[in-house]
Ligand binder design. Structure first.
Ligand code: AMP
Ligand code: ZN
Length: 508
């Protein structure tokens, strides 16, 4: 059974999609006026992980995310830069998609842009006016009347009258009620505008997602998501439109991510306390940033710091090194036995039994890691708990390799490596690079210089160097053996002699 915390009911609920085996989900996308920051990225990453996990569980997932490509922020930025709003939107739509790819976020199945959906929005607004839930103001704006929706406030758990007493709201003469919001904004000179039954204008921000969801997915959808700051008024307003236009709530499960913070404060453009995703990914890998973010539950606030990011870097290196060691041990097992912990290799029956038991215990540990991973993710996508299951498997695998010495079970070593890759892969963390790929290409030059190697293959270069070093040692040519080791060391690498053989690897 899968549980999802529904922000609307404040409870974990069993997840049952409306259509068996198929999940329709929508996550509000960015307003494209600048590079996104890592707070935004945290929200998109959370839903990417949720989507990947639903797929892992066998659901077909239809995932939609909009681009808000017409908005005050875009118009202001265009005016500052002396360019057209459409140019700003184009530049930052591209930049957003590019950074999402770098961050290993899957493309949505449907990516509607506000400027391409004007017709669907206008049709919805007409329905709302016809249903007496919206009105045209004298200035040509069209407002949604929040009082016309008896259920207004149920998404975010607010009551209009409490809000009125407790919160300051901007009063605008054109509105009948301060909480009414613009569905359509009359054009001001120089702004992007489209013709409409109410005069030239553009859609309000809250209008697009609701119209797009109806158009592409049909409401109520299964999951609607965004950051916690979107719960009110954005999601409340989206839901109100759906209720009033089609007598349907917008979604069954409302999911909201916690805010990424710096020094206890929400990261935001307006506070100036932000790092762009682009800048962070210029220095850290997507896997490192993902690992850091996933170590905090998606609903909890995430306190970002570069110290923590460096910590995640170390953790990822340990997982990768474990996978590498497992594969390497499997590839270099001299006896290639299905079962083969070193203690059983001498033919002693008791020792062989102990070896068998040792192997089957490790086999059970691998299975258990997957079971725990699934249990944690089934419990409202607890990626932090799922990572703990991965770390446990890493610790167990390291112990296994130590104890197994030269004769680990090839099958088990490979199964553990595959399991680590599979589970990390569900979290969008890619460990599947081939074993040697992270040896630097300079190793080829060293092999050419010291081992007479002529090719371009990094694995073969490694073998040539190791064999040159072994020859030098057996000839007691210590100067040459040392020279090989020193050149390798100068590249940040070490020659490691293990029970299963010798190899070159990065210094840890
Ligand atoms: P915006 O372009 O401002 O609509 O933001 C895009 C997404 O990022 C929305 O889902 C926001 O809720 C989310 N978001 C904004 N700031 C943060 C933050 N500091 N931490 C997590 N998510 C955020
Ligand atoms: Zn939205």
């Amino acid at each position: 059974m899968m549980l999802i915390y529904n922000s609307q009911t404040h409870k974990k609920e069993e997840f049952i999609p409306a259509e068996k085996g198929r999940v329709r989900m929508y996550v509000c996308g960015p307003t494209v006026y600048d590079q996104i920051h890592i707070g935004n990225a945290r929200t998109f990453l959370s839903f990417d992980t949720i989507r990947r996990y639903l797929q892992y569980k066998g659901f077909e997932v239809v995932f939609a995310q909009n681009l808000t490509d017409v908005d005050d922020k875009i118009i202001n930025r265009a005016n500052e830069n002396g360019v057209e709003a459409s140019e700003i939107a184009r530049t930052y739509s591209r930049a957003f998609i590019e950074q999402m790819h770098r961050f290993n976020i899957l493309d949505p199945d449907i990516r509607p842009r506000a400027t391409q959906e004007i017709h669907a929005m206008q049709t919805m607004i007409q329905t709302l006016i016809a249903n007496k839930c919206a009105y045209v103001a004298d200035n040509g704006d069209v407002y949604f009347s929040v009082r016309s929706d008896a259920s207004y406030g149920t998404v975010s758990g607010r009551n209009l009258d409490d809000l009125r007493a407790g919160e300051r709201v901007e009063v605008n003469d054109a509105k009948r009620d301060p909480f009414d919001f613009a569905l359509w904004k009359a054009a001001k000179p120089g702004e992007p505008a489209w013709d409409s039954p109410w005069g030239a204008g553009r859609p309000g921000w809250h209008t697009e997602c609701c119209a797009m969801i109806h158009h592409y997915l049909d409401a109520p959808i299964d999951i609607h998501g965004g950051g916690q700051d979107l719960m009110f008024p954005h999601h409340e307003n989206e839901n109100a439109q759906s209720v009033c236009a089609w007598s349907q709530p917008l979604a069954h499960y409302w999911m909201h991510t916690g805010m990424l913070r710096v020094d206890g404060e929400k990261m935001s453009k307006s506070l100036g306390n932000f790092y762009t995703l682009k800048d962070v990914l210029d220095t850290y890998s997507a896997d490192e940033v993902r690992l850091l973010m996933l170590q905090t539950h998606y609903r909890a606030p995430l306190d970002f710091s570069f110290e923590r990011l460096k910590g995640a870097q170390g953790t990822l290196a340990r997982i990768k090194s474990c996978v590498k060691n497992l594969r390497w041990a499997a590839e270099h097992d001299s006896e290639d036995a299905g079962v083969g912990v070193g203690v059983g290799a001498d033919g002693d029956a008791d020792a062989a039994d102990a070896a068998l038991e040792f192997d089957s215990a490790f086999g059970r540990t691998i299975d258990k890691a997957q079971i725990e991973f699934v249990q944690q993710m089934d419990d409202d996508f607890n990626a932090a708990g799922a990572l703990a299951a991965i770390f446990n498997l890493v610790a167990a695998a390291n112990k296994y390799l130590d104890a197994a010495g030269a004769h680990p079970s090839v099958a088990l070593a490979l199964r553990a490596a595959d399991m680590l890759c599979e589970l990390c892969g569900v979290l969008g963390i890619a460990l599947t690079r081939p074993v040697q790929q992270d040896l630097p290409s300079e190793l080829l030059d060293v092999a050419r210089e010291l081992a007479g190697y002529e090719g371009n293959d990094i694995d073969a270069a490694q073998e040539a160097l190791l064999s040159a070093r072994a020859t030098a040692r057996s000839n007691k040519d210590w100067a040459r053996a040392d020279a090989i080791r020193d050149k390798i060391s100068a590249l940040g690498l070490v020659v490691e002699d293990t029970a299963a053989g010798t190899r070159i690897k990065r210094k840890e």
